[in-house]
Design a protein around this ligand. Structure first.
Ligand code: IMP
Length: 168
């Protein structure tokens, strides 16, 4: 186990409070990247005081090709009009940062008032240091992880904690 359920609860509340104060007087629009972020976004929105909306994007998982190009295919677009909105893009884990970087550009083109980024997990040592993520839950060593929404071949998303995946 790398991050316990209690640690996730505590950190999610801290981030929720931070978003509440950073966007005081606004209605934040949380945009989760399917499917890994669903459990985190469900808890995060309940840790935000006041009105908040959610939406989702689905992207193709990157293969070798997209790793080199940085292009991510949008499989499901947002439903909301985001021009003028205060958007928080919510990711489960940032590894290379390609998904986050691409989606930032994609959302910024829709002219929101602001776009912030939130990642439950940040994998260290993946040359993603230059990414300026506004809210990071936990920084993790370079191990493949599952639980709390993250999967290994679609399994283990329902674990209430984050664990290193060492095989079925
Ligand atoms: P990036 O574009 O390299 O930052 O990859 C981010 C995406 O890869 C995440 O949203 C996850 O869907 C997936 N991913 C990366 N590392 C892991 C992991 O350790 N467990 C589960 N999914 C992961």
């Amino acid at each position: 186990m790398l991050v316990t359920e209690a640690e996730i609860v505590e950190r999610t509340h801290q981030i929720g409070s931070q978003i509440t104060s950073d966007l005081a007087g606004e209605v934040p629009l949380l945009i989760g990247v399917l499917k890994g972020s669903v459990i985190f976004i469900a808890d995060l929105m309940r840790a935000i005081g006041g009105p908040v909306e959610i939406d989702f994007l689905a992207v193709s998982s990157y293969g070798k090709e997209t790793t080199s190009t940085g292009v991510v295919k949008i499989l499901k677009d947002v439903d909301n009009e985001i021009a003028g909105r205060h958007v928080v893009l919510v990711e489960d884990i940032v590894d290379s940062g390609l998904t986050l970087r691409y989606l930032m550009g994609y959302l910024e083109a829709k002219q929101p008032a602001t776009v912030r980024t939130c990642a439950l997990l940040l994998r260290q040592g993946q040359h993603n240091d230059d990414l300026d993520i506004d809210y990071v839950g936990f920084s993790l060593p370079p191990a493949f992880v599952v639980g709390y929404g993250l999967d290994a071949r679609q399994k283990y998303r329902n674990l209430p904690y984050i664990a290193e995946y060492t095989g079925d």
